[in-house]
Design a protein around this ligand. Structure first.
Ligand code: HEM
Length: 339
């Protein structure tokens, strides 16, 4: 049973974030095999997905909703540039409002309500005590610009990609929990430009094939993929802008605290064609789990050891694991014993 989000946890300072047994059980473990390399791991996001899984609905709202929305507010207060929408993306932002509000109200009727009377809309977010009436398409009737308004109510980061000349451009987004990349830096870039720093994948042709796939996505045919990295402490905001707050934490891992400090960070990425603007909505829903909790599942623990042990060096470096990777492999080895 999905747990109603009631508690507020922190992703900074005292790091009170924890997963319930239900959240651990439904964690999107990203490794189908004992070794990992980049691939075009895109599949249809067929709805509804398995009941109670993170794939059940278009957008997964879970027990951490209130905590993540609070954290987003803190990040935006520190740096408003975490939310950007170029003027030509206005229609795409309204597409996003429609898609998010409509699906959230249908999928979570106890928490969100939407009434539409032509372009007069009434939105209620019972979790955040929001009750607003506005004219669809008229930004002056919302309390803040549409990207920020919706982004403050949806778990996970969101980017809107403009599609032109067979390419995608990162022209709008709200990104407060990135895995070490910056929206302000990448804004306006094309698909291969913003993927520039990723090792190996360009040579493997991953991005050329992925781009072709994405440009052909049709309305009401969302797709998804998983991406992963590791993060020290349950820190949502690992962006270059705040690097001084978290970069040094990589040196704090010891054999005694691995299970508690090191977290597997999985992004459930969903891509959805917007009907009016032809933009793509890219939602990056981040899930964090401590290695302690992860290793309560013996299959995951064993596989995690094998994946880590065989991870190609360029990926270890790119993902920022170099400092503690040997220690982590050693710690995990106790879970990988012959049957
Ligand atoms: C169109 C929406 C997408 C956006 C906005 C996006 C954005 C990004 C960004 C900003 C990064 C970090 C790059 C850096 O280090 O600065 C990244 C990494 C990456 N992206 Fe994408 N991406 C998208 C779709 C995809 C797709 C469809 C694939 C499919 C193969 C993909 C594969 C990757 C891979 C493999 C990495 C490296 C991740 C890691 O090893 O941690 N991306 N992406």
């Amino acid at each position: 049973m999905r747990i109603a989000p009631t508690k507020i946890e922190t992703f900074r300072d005292d790091f009170t974030y924890t997963n319930s047994p239900f959240a651990i059980e439904r964690f999107p473990f990203p490794f189908p095999e004992d070794d990992y390399s980049y691939s075009v791991n895109i599949e249809p996001h067929t709805l509804p997905g398995k009941a109670d899984s993170v794939y059940e609905h278009l957008l997964d709202i879970d027990e951490h909703y209130l905590s993540e929305m609070r954290e987003r507010g803190l990040v935006l207060k520190e740096n408003p540039k975490r939310c950007i929408a170029m003027p030509h993306m206005d229609l795409a932002c309204w597409d996003m409002i429609d898609r998010c509000m409509t699906s959230m109200a249908v999928d979570y009727p106890d928490w969100f309500k939407l009434e539409k009377d032509g372009d007069q809309w009434h939105w209620q977010n019972l979790l955040l005590n929001i009750d607003d009436r506005f004219t669809f398409g008229d930004s002056s009737t919302l309390p803040m610009p549409p990207m920020e308004y919706m982004g403050r109510q949806v778990q996970g980061d969101i980017a809107l990609l403009d599609q032109r000349e067979g390419d995608l451009f990162l022209d709008a987004g709200i990104v407060t929990c990135p895995a070490d990349w910056s929206l302000a830096f990448d804004a306006g870039m094309s698909f291969s430009e913003w993927h520039g720093p990723v090792p190996m994948a360009h040579e493997m042709g991953v991005f050329d094939r992925a781009l072709k796939y994405l440009c052909a996505i049709q309305v009401d045919r969302p797709v998804r993929r998983l991406n992963w990295t590791l993060t020290i402490n349950a820190r949502m905001d690992t962006s270059p802008e705040t690097y001084p707050n978290w970069g040094h934490e990589r040196t704090s891992v010891t054999p005694e605290n691995v299970g508690e400090k090191v977290h597997l960070r999985v992004e459930l990425q969903m891509l959805d064609r917007m009907p009016r603007s032809n933009a793509l909505m890219f939602s990056i829903r981040t899930y964090l789990i401590s290695f302690e909790d992860l290793c309560t599942n013996p299959d995951w623990a064993r596989r995690m050891h094998r994946v880590m042990k065989t991870l190609p060096e360029p990926l270890i470096e790119y993902k920022g694991l170099s400092r503690y990777h040997p220690l982590l492999v050693e710690w995990l080895s106790k879970y990988d014993v012959p049957n």
